[in-house]
Design a protein around this ligand. Structure first.
Ligand SMILES: [Cu+2]
Length: 135
């Protein structure tokens, strides 16, 4: 069951990646206007803006189950988002400056989870926060 649903999640991600690629190709035709943020990302996704050195919002509210993040890097260096899930810590792909990424994580237990950026020195500089998962 768990393996099966993971497979579905993987297929969903591939479909999402393909859709993003098509969007990117379409955007290229327009010439230069790289408009990330502001309505971008998947429906129901939680947008988290990353910059030096913070997550905005710093406290993120979510519901148990599959959580979709729209990670937007508004900074000038690469950032990622790590969620300290006991026994199952998760780290997003690295998001380059000016880019965004859709990232899905499944959390079945309600609670508060620490988040931080794993790029060296960023957490120490204040790039951390809390993910509050409610049922
Ligand atoms: Cu960072």
């Amino acid at each position: 069951m768990k393996v099966w649903s993971r497979g579905i999640a993987r297929v969903t991600m591939l479909v999402a990646a393909a859709a993003l690629l098509m969007l990117a190709l379409a955007a290229c035709g327009g010439g230069g206007g790289d408009s990330n943020g502001g309505g971008g990302g998947e429906a129901g996704a939680i947008t988290v803006n990353m910059s030096e050195f913070k997550f905005d919002p710093g406290t993120i509210q979510a519901k148990t189950g599959e959580i979709t993040f729209n990670l937007v890097n508004k900074g000038t260096v690469a950032h990622d988002m790590h969620i300290e899930i006991p026994g199952n810590p998760q780290t997003s792909p690295l998001v380059e400056p000016g880019k965004s990424a859709t990232w899905k994580v499944t959390i079945n237990d309600a609670g508060d989870y620490e988040i931080w950026c794993t790029v060296q020195g960023h957490r120490e500089a204040g790039m951390e926060g809390t993910l509050k998962v409610g049922s």
